[in-house]
Design a protein around this ligand. Structure first.
Ligand SMILES: Cc1cc2nc3c(=O)[nH]c(=O)nc-3n(C[C@H](O)[C@H](O)[C@H](O)COP(=O)(O)O)c2cc1C
Length: 318
């Protein structure tokens, strides 16, 4: 079974990645399984400097979903290179750094640092965090800003694969995905969490210190699948899908809708072995159905229903 996937210049041995912020720096999960078996690890969001994140409470369960307002707590890019990356070296999977800046300049500085040091397989740019006051969320509201940022970071990163992770909190995703493509990214990650609120009726207090947070988990899967569908059927760019994937069927649904790879997020809190279970389940399902490659399955729903799938047009190799 050929499970390999290609996101522009980023080649993965299989399409299973971890969702940033739900899998720590990767190493923490080594006690559960060999993380080198995955296609890649997308590490916790990194900023230029250490960030403490928001005060608690910053996570709460809702029916079918998780609401979080972590606020990008992280060690900062320099310390990541000094203390965390050495522990990941030698793992047989791709290491992708998820980054977040307060403004354009900070994104550029982080990418300059990464371009100078190398040693990683890709960068995923979070322009979609709902939980910080400055930064991503504002850029994520304008296709022009997304285009300019992507173009700038593309130049700085040179040959390092670049993914842009978009916010789903927009009325039409297509112009944003077009901006990512026109800016020269290798792929687009669709998508981050949805803004939500949870309150305690008896005390009339918010369940999160910041009142608003980002909703993830099974509740968001149908909405994120609609976003992947709209993008895959309109824009010729590899999609990494993220949103409510709990099992291999969820993952394959996204691939059938046109994604080339998937990220496992909230599922890691339910079972830390979720990414591995999903990988194995996917392989068995494809084998049982007589497929020899996961790429046969990419966009299969679109093809079956006569819907455009620009990524596959002109005999493109995915
Ligand atoms: C606790 C938590 C922290 C997260 N932190 C980040 C982050 O630092 N950067 C980022 O791009 N996405 C972050 N996300 C979003 C996830 O990577 C993922 O895109 C989203 O949760 C949807 O997928 P899921 O429903 O499978 O969790 C976070 C999500 C959760 C639940």
């Amino acid at each position: 079974m050929d499970l390999s996937a290609k996101i522009g210049r980023l080649e993965l041995k299989n399409p299973i990645l971890t969702g940033s912020g739900t899998f720590g720096y990767g190493i923490e999960f080594e006690e559960y399984f060999d993380i080198g078996l995955l296609g890649g690890i997308v590490v916790k969001g990194l900023s230029l400097r250490y960030k403490e994140g928001n005060p608690p409470p910053r996570i709460c369960e809702t029916p079918c979903g998780l609401l979080n307002s972590i606020g990008l707590q992280n060690v900062g890019i320099e310390k990541f290179y000094e203390e965390k990356l050495p522990l990941l070296r030698g793992k047989d999977c791709r290491i992708i750094l998820n980054i977040l800046g307060d403004d354009f300049l900070e994104y550029e500085k982080i990418c300059e640092f990464i371009a100078g040091r190398g040693e990683v397989d890709g960068v995923e740019v979070n322009v979609s965090c709902p939980n910080v006051k400055k930064g991503g969320i504002h850029i994520s509201k304008s296709p022009d800003a997304i285009f300019s940022l992507t173009e700038k970071l593309r130049k700085i990163l040179d040959d390092i694969p670049l993914l842009i992770k978009l916010s789903p909190n927009v009325s039409d995703i297509v112009p944003f995905v077009e901006a990512v493509k026109d800016g020269g990214a290798d792929g687009v990650t669709l998508s981050n969490t949805y803004l939500g609120i949870a309150i305690d009726l008896d005390t009339l207090s918010p369940k999160l210190s910041q009142i608003k947070g980002g909703l993830s988990g099974p509740a968001i899967k149908p909405i994120s699948q609609r976003i992947v569908f709209e993008s895959a059927s309109s824009v010729d760019i590899p999609i990494v899908a993220s949103g409510g994937i709990l099992n291999f069927r969820d993952a394959l649904e996204y691939i059938a809708l046109g994604a080339v790879a998937v990220e496992i997020g909230t599922a890691n809190f339910l079972n830390p072995e979720s990414p591995l279970k999903i990988l194995k389940g996917m392989e068995n399902y494809l084998k049982e159905r007589g497929h020899t490659s996961v790429r046969d399955f990419t966009g299969i729903f679109l093809k079956k229903n006569g819907i455009n799938f620009p990524l596959l047009e002109d005999g493109d190799d995915i």
